[in-house]
Design a protein around this ligand. Structure first.
Ligand SMILES: Nc1nc2c(c(=O)[nH]1)N[C@H]1C(S)=C(S)[C@@H](COP(=O)(O)OP(=O)(O)OC[C@H]3O[C@@H](n4cnc5c(=O)[nH]c(N)nc54)[C@H](O)[C@@H]3O)O[C@H]1N2
Ligand SMILES: Nc1nc2c(c(=O)[nH]1)N[C@H]1C(S)=C(S)[C@@H](COP(=O)(O)OP(=O)(O)OC[C@H]3O[C@@H](n4cnc5c(=O)[nH]c(N)nc54)[C@H](O)[C@@H]3O)O[C@H]1N2
Ligand code: SF4
Ligand SMILES: [Mo]
Length: 588
């Protein structure tokens, strides 16, 4: 048995499992086998013992009376929410019997796994599940709901999720929080910005409305939704026109700066002002501040990329630090995401070779409603884990109609009877992350962390890894990788020869240290994973993919009679829909 489990009381290291960039180090206080308090780990180098209210109150969620303890089967109508307790044996038998039948009649692609990062643990969210569904031959899911557009845009410019080390941002003299509500969604970036501010940094927030982060700013700049690329191009126009660019950096580390210089002539401040709603004098002021302050750091948020021009918008903002050479300065540059530094060996973790049919269909998760209602050949079974699509997926009415389909066999694995679970035929209870072994890689800071089980599985709940192993066994699969232990999976995942930043980090080192920083050179190395190895201000790849090769403002689609855009953002007290069913958090 794991050592933490043998001790009924004590304080144990942990990591926040939620889909939040901060990925805080935690300490779990356990008494008589139960977690009684969750505290930030004061020794964590980035999060330093501070955690949000959501997780400070997470014990109330872990032991919420509504938490699922047993497998359930539906006894009422779809969506009615009437269920009856069954055994794990019956649950697994029912699922595999149905799947074998579906595979016989319609092929394995009629089964659709649907998941996201309710638990960011790599084994839970993209480990044993992938192995199992590859072996099953199920349809593949394009997990596009959160940041795929922006990440792709950033990749065109920078080659991957590589940005500034957030710890360096205490040295910044100008911090632009661009389309990020960091007070709610990245609180430790705010803590770092506060330190920088004490040393004289100015903080600018660019958003479509003045939220808590806007109130925190020294200068809040309101912008019309979906027009940020125009603003970035307007800044470039002024930087070139007023010779505020770093020509040496442009020469050495970028491609296309001459084309870009000509291209941005048309984005003069008057034109940009008309597009963005920002007064011309403010565009001048912003560009001059950005061009003459060093280190200048941009934290690029998720808001702007949730529009249909989002990828190009992020690609465009990501060009700015290259113009001023800010990548060479400690505390300069930008962060969109930093996941690239901690990239593990996804092939070894996910085993794509188990998938027999290489052109297995891929379904975009943003089009779930359409997939359930219109796809041919149809989806016959849906397996949902780590996400709550009835309330988070776009086109909710279509999604609900799809979930109501009587002939769609739905299985849901979750800690709670979520809005989506109400439509399930079989519900499986999930463990919380504190009951599992897993490893975590932040998409903001540079630390990799381990979770070892601190408490026993709640009721009869099981982890994602455990459930996929049960399903594998009952399906009659014999591939050894489907039955490996968590330790074996972590060891394989950390063995990634293609990522020098992970060199020397292995399972043992993680267990010993709890959090380990990736090996990262302090300043820009100049060798990027773009096709040219440079920052691509001009991208031939984009041209090939059917986009303008230079950063460009592309207006969002005009909805005719509906001129206003609804911008629903994350709630301060919830994490997406997580906590929205816990009274303690609703009343926070
Ligand atoms: N408390 C809390 N924290 C969370 C989450 C949560 O639900 N609650 N969710 C987590 C997840 S999964 C994610 S992806 C992150 C997201 O966190 P953020 O990166 O902060 O993204 P959003 O909050 O979606 O949007 C940020 C801001 O962008 C603004 N915005 C919208 N459209 C535009 C635009 O066109 N231009 C500009 N400049 N601004 C625009 C919105 O008004 C919003 O204030 O937060 C994570 N952290
Ligand atoms: N209107 C609107 N819609 C949005 C957004 C928005 O800002 N506004 N944000 C979008 C974004 S950025 C994102 S990332 C998505 C996120 O949306 P989701 O990925 O659906 O996130 P949650 O709603 O938190 O749901 C996660 C679920 O996973 C469950 N879970 C947690 N741990 C485990 C586990 O170990 N195993 C299993 N099986 N289940 C577990 C939780 O109990 C919870 O029910 O929503 C998107 N949709
Ligand atoms: S949700 Fe974010 S801020 Fe809150 S404890 Fe988790 S990682 Fe830290
Ligand atoms: Mo997200």
């Amino acid at each position: 048995m794991h050592s933490f489990l043998t001790q009924s009381s004590g304080i144990f290291p942990s990591v926040c499992p939620l889909d939040c960039p901060d990925q805080c180090g935690l300490l779990l206080h356990k008494q008589d086998g139960k977690i009684v308090k969750i505290q930030g780990d004061p020794n964590h180098p980035v999060t330093k013992g501070n955690i949000c209210n959501k997780v400070r109150h997470m014990t109330e969620r872990i032991y919420d009376a509504k938490r699922l303890q047993f497998p359930l089967k539906r006894i009422g109508l779809k969506g009615e929410g009437k269920f009856e307790r069954i055994s794990w044996n019956e649950a697994i038998q029912t699922i595999t019997t149905k799947w074998k039948e579906v595979i016989n009649t319609s092929g394995p692609e009629s089964i659709l796994p649907y998941s996201f990062y309710g638990n960011m643990g790599n084994l839970s969210a993209e480990g044993m599940d992938r192995r199992f569904f590859h072996r099953l031959g199920a349809s593949q899911l394009d997990r596009s709901i959160c940041s795929a557009a922006g990440s792709q845009g950033y990749r065109y410019t920078m080659g991957g999720s590589f940005g500034t080390d957030p710890e360096d941002t205490i040295h910044s003299k100008l911090i632009i929080l661009w389309g990020i509500n960091a007070v709610s969604t990245n609180m430790h970036q705010i803590a770092l910005a506060q330190k920088a501010r004490k040393n004289g940094a100015k903080i600018i927030v660019i958003d479509v409305h003045k939220n808590q982060t806007g109130q925190f700013a020294d200068w809040f700049i309101p912008i019309l939704p979906g027009t940020d690329a125009a603003l970035a191009l307007g800044i470039m126009h002024i930087l070139f026109a007023e010779n505020l660019v770093d020509n040496e950096f442009l020469e050495q580390y970028t491609v296309g700066h001459e084309e870009l210089k000509k291209h941005v002539v048309s984005y003069d401040p008057q034109t940009v002002s008309a597009i963005t709603g920002i007064p011309t004098e403010d565009i001048f002021k912003l560009a001059r501040m950005y061009g003459s302050t060093s280190p200048a750091f941009i934290r690029i948020g998720n808001g702007p990329q949730h529009h249909d021009n989002g990828g190009m918008c992020i690609r465009t903002i990501a060009c700015l630090p290259a113009l001023t050479g800010q990548w060479m300065v400690k505390g300069g540059g930008a962060i969109k995401g930093n996941g690239g530094y901690l990239a593990h060996n996804a092939e070894k973790l996910q085993r794509p070779e188990l998938l027999q049919k290489k052109d297995t269909r891929i379904i975009n998760m943003n089009l779930l409603g359409q997939a359930l209602l219109e796809l041919n050949p149809p989806v016959k079974s849906l397996y949902v884990y780590g996400t709550n699509p009835a309330v988070v997926a776009p086109d909710a009415n279509k999604v609900k109609k799809g979930l109501e389909r009587e002939d769609l066999f739905i299985v849901i694995h979750d800690l709670f009877l979520t809005e989506t679970a109400k439509y399930a035929d079989i519900i499986l209870p999930a463990t919380s992350s504190f009951e599992n072994t897993d490893f975590y890689t932040s998409y903001w800071h540079h630390y990799i962390q381990i979770q070892e089980p601190v408490i026993e599985n709640y009721g009869e709940s099981k982890s994602n890894v455990e459930v996929f192993q049960l399903l594998s066994k009952e399906m009659g699969f014999v591939d050894p990788s489907l039955f490996e232990t968590e330790t074996e999976m972590i060891t394989q995942a950390l063995d990634n020869k293609t990522n020098p930043h992970l060199l020397g980090i292995d399972y043992e080192k993680l267990v010993e240290n709890k959090y380990v920083k990736a090996n990262i050179k302090p300043v820009f190395t100049g060798n990027l994973p773009t096709p040219t190895g440079k920052i691509e201000l001009y991208s031939k790849l984009m041209e090939k993919d059917g986009y303008p090769p230079l950063p460009t403002y592309m207006p969002i689609k005009n909805d005719g009679d509906f001129p206003f855009l609804f911008v629903p953002g994350p709630n301060h007290n919830f994490l997406n829909s997580t906590f929205s069913n816990n009274e303690s958090h609703v009343s926070l």
